[in-house]
Design a protein around this ligand. Structure first.
Ligand code: ZN
Length: 107
């Protein structure tokens, strides 16, 4: 790699002296920007999953037809939430507080 850089640097100096340094600097700048862009896109693709989201196999799916369901309600404003898929064992938050858990028995 280093052995390739020496003739490339010599060619760059020759082109820069003969034709002007913009013919050397512009491709270098373009290469740097392209490298940066591709690296950014690679990171975006890898971190498409939101941070803090549990993996698919960690999710706890509420059993359907088990005769009961778990609701969460907010003491502050009265909002009720039925979680179909539960990511963690912690209760969700609303109005800046943890919601209260309530289990309903279905008929
Ligand atoms: Zn609330």
């Amino acid at each position: 790699m280093v052995l390739l850089l020496i003739p490339a640097a010599g060619l760059a100096v020759a082109v820069g002296v003969l034709f002007g340094w913009r013919w050397v600097l512009a491709p270098l700048l373009g290469w740097a920007m392209l490298t940066w862009l591709l690296a950014s896109l690679r990171v975006l693709g890898r971190d498409a999953k939101a941070p803090g989201m549990p993996d698919e196999d960690e999710l706890e799916v509420a059993p359907v037809g088990s005769g009961e369901r778990t609701l969460f309600w907010c003491e502050e404003c009265g909002t009720e939430v039925l979680l179909l898929v539960r990511g963690t064992s912690r209760a969700p938050s609303h109005c800046g507080q943890r919601m209260h858990e309530r289990t309903e028995i279905l008929n």
